[in-house]
Design a binder for this molecule. Structure first.
Ligand SMILES: Nc1ncnc2c1ncn2[C@@H]1O[C@H](COP(=O)(O)OP(=O)(O)OP(=O)(O)O)[C@@H](O)[C@H]1O
Length: 620
């Protein structure tokens, strides 16, 4: 069954279509409820509208450059000895290493984010005809800003008052596309339909805010954890993890996962919005603690993500007495009630060690669009296809697919593979996080590495990840930068053993490096809340083309803004052609990429001074 949150405006000329009658199995999909007020709608305040203020104006106050050039030059970083490169001894290293370069994807998605209360409006976008400038800021908060903002605001608005203002709001049904920004409250429709008899939506949950026309942020649902069907011991583990409220995808996702019938789910939500805990908590709820068999398998596209998700499973499973094992290289335990694995190691183990699938209940794929991308990785797709078709009884196992992005073609392949499935999706133009500031800096190719190294020295607030398109060049860049005594590490799929990769990743997480130079291997899924800045040394490219890979740009930039934290994404541009391709993203994602004209300006954009740099690393 498809729970398509597609835009009801689509019927009037939008791109998204109403669900196919067949697919929605006779559900009636009436136009949802819309509200219109005198106030400006959400999107026009924050995005490239004429009324939009200058970028960054409302975020933090200008304090001027806080670190002098002298300060930033005197960084205490010591260069790490270049790693001695060994040929890969691990079969899975090689298997995954060559698939990390740009992926060609073009896609569109439908919307579930229309009730977003994210303060887009406070993040000004470029107004028409306005000269593009950057306005640096310094508010590199540790805490997700809108979570606390939202919390405060919801207390400021007594419930009754909110309801009244919503009711008093003049409404208009069926305005034409573009007449004013769309404001939709479809959540009610979604839940009534998707949960059949059980109406989980209640109007009083909506907490409608007439100011923003929205009810919740990506990072804060309007439900508490204990309103979700989660057992008590898992609730205690969630509290222990320090997650005060579920995010929107956690709220929607967990309810759909645990809905009786346990149907397959394709879930999409922005980077850093808590998809991992959605499938981790959702699938753990399905584990029978008294059954020692493997009941959940979670497949990941890289060893690094497998290890990260293993830790995330353990965080919630350990307090509940559920065993978790990880399979990211040969010879490891495969007997956990939950088994987390990289796809390479999983299929290797399946072949040689015959994992017991008798008790399997849930199969999770993180970054599922990548794992199931036939075009980029046909061999892997065929293995998964074979596994899904013949590896276990179809009606016994619930398949959960999670990613921030799905191309149309990948979605078609998924539907062909799994049949009808529940969907939670979001429109492409709503995917880019407003908490990321995007910049570019022009530099001649001949001095690109030197410029890059100088920019890295400016990043003294938090740590950074830099993406280079090829392993060979990543090695060159790392060689130059590390020789100049910048505390950086190199991580890539080629010429590194699994142990080396794991060690580097752990060291970076522990704050031993200020910068991690890597390839697209780490573009997706990796979560390090101390990463404040992503540098695209190379723009992500669609293979064998000059075009920018917008999906990869999204995933790369998503590494620096986790769960509402502020991040900065800087792209180095060497030619007009590159600049033109980069600029195409502004329309795709409805955002602005501003030019930084002088290296000194980076002090204000990403600098926190020497002290901030020390603290960023010390804090980790
Ligand atoms: N409810 C919550 N409250 C507070 N923090 C949370 C909550 N849920 C998740 N987080 C934190 O938010 C961060 C991002 O979550 P996660 O890695 O699941 O994002 P994601 O949606 O999978 O992103 P990506 O698509 O980039 O992989 C993590 O550090 C996680 O611990």
């Amino acid at each position: 069954m498809i729970y398509d949150n597609s835009d009801p405006w689509g019927a009037e000329g939008g791109s998204s279509a109403k669900p196919d009658a067949e697919e929605s199995k006779g559900q009636s999909w009436e136009t949802a409820d819309y509200a219109r007020t005198e106030r400006r709608p959400r999107r026009s305040r924050g995005r490239r509208g004429t009324e939009g203020g200058r970028r960054g104006e409302s975020r933090g106050r200008w304090r001027g450059p806080s670190s002098t050039r002298e300060e930033s030059k005197g960084q205490p970083w010591k260069s790490r000895e270049p790693r001695q490169e060994e040929p890969s001894a691990d079969p899975w290293t090689a298997e995954e290493s060559h698939k990390e370069e740009s992926r060609g994807q073009s896609w569109e998605a439908t919307d579930y984010s229309h009730t977003d209360r994210h303060p887009r409006g406070s993040r000004s976008r470029r107004g028409h005809g306005e000269e593009r400038k950057f306005k640096p800021r310094h508010d590199h908060d540790e805490e997700p800003r809108e979570t606390s903002e939202h919390h405060e605001e919801s207390h400021d608005h007594p419930h009754e008052e909110r309801k009244r203002s919503y009711k008093d709001t003049p409404r208009k049904k069926g305005p034409k596309r573009g007449e004013f920004e769309k404001v939709k409250i479809k959540r009610r429709r979604f839940f009534e339909n998707s949960h059949g008899k059980e109406v989980l939506y209640r109007e009083e949950d909506e907490q409608f805010d007439p100011e923003t026309h929205s009810a919740q942020t990506h990072f804060r649902a309007n439900k508490d954890w204990d309103e979700l069907p989660i057992p008590q011991n898992l609730l205690a583990a969630i509290e222990q993890a320090g997650f005060p409220f579920p995010s929107k995808i956690q709220n929607f996702g967990i309810e759909v996962i645990l809905k009786e019938g346990y149907e397959n789910l394709l879930a999409q939500a922005p980077n850093g919005s808590g998809k991992t805990a959605t499938f981790v908590i959702g699938s753990l709820c399905r584990v029978d603690i008294n059954n020692p068999q493997t009941q959940v398998i979670c497949i990941n596209h890289t060893i690094e993500l497998a290890n990260q998700n293993f830790q995330e499973y353990k965080r919630f499973a350990d307090p509940c007495g559920i065993s978790v094992s990880v399979l990211s290289k040969g010879g490891e335990r495969i007997d956990g009630q939950v088994l987390v694995a990289s796809s390479g190691s999983f299929f290797k183990a399946l072949k040689t060690k015959s994992i017991n699938l008798e008790g399997l209940k849930v199969l999770v794929m993180d970054e599922a669009d990548h794992i199931l991308n036939k075009k980029d990785n046909l061999e892997n797709f065929k293995k998964i296809e074979d596994f899904i078709k013949t590896g276990f009884p179809r009606d016994q196992v619930q398949v959960l697919l999670f990613s921030a992005t799905y191309t149309d073609s990948v979605k078609t392949d998924i539907v062909q593979l799994l049949g009808n499935l529940n969907e939670i999706t979001i429109k492409k133009e709503d995917l880019m996080l407003d908490t990321i500031d995007h910049y570019y800096f022009r530099t001649p190719q001949s001095t690109k590495i030197d410029t890059f190294e100088q920019i890295l020295r400016k990043i003294t607030s938090g740590v950074s990840i830099a993406f280079v398109n090829t392993c060979n060049f990543a090695r060159t860049v790392y060689g130059v930068v590390s020789k100049k005594e910048w505390k950086c590490a190199l991580l890539m799929g080629q010429d590194m053993t699994v142990d080396e990769r794991n060690l580097t990743m752990n060291d970076f997480t522990e704050g031993k490096y200020a910068t991690l130079i890597t390839t697209n291997l780490l573009a997706r899924g990796i979560d390090n809340t101390k990463v404040k800045c992503v540098v695209n040394f190379d723009l992500p490219r669609i293979p064998k083309s000059r075009d920018i890979d917008d999906v990869l740009y999204l995933h790369r930039s998503g590494r620096c803004s986790r769960f509402g934290r502020h991040g900065v994404c800087i792209s180095l541009v060497t030619t007009d052609e590159e600049l033109a391709t980069l600029k195409t993203l502004e329309d795709s994602y409805n955002m602005e990429i501003a030019e930084v004209r002088s290296l000194d300006d980076f002090d204000a954009i990403v600098g926190g001074g020497e002290k901030a740099a020390e603290e960023a690393v010390k804090d980790l």
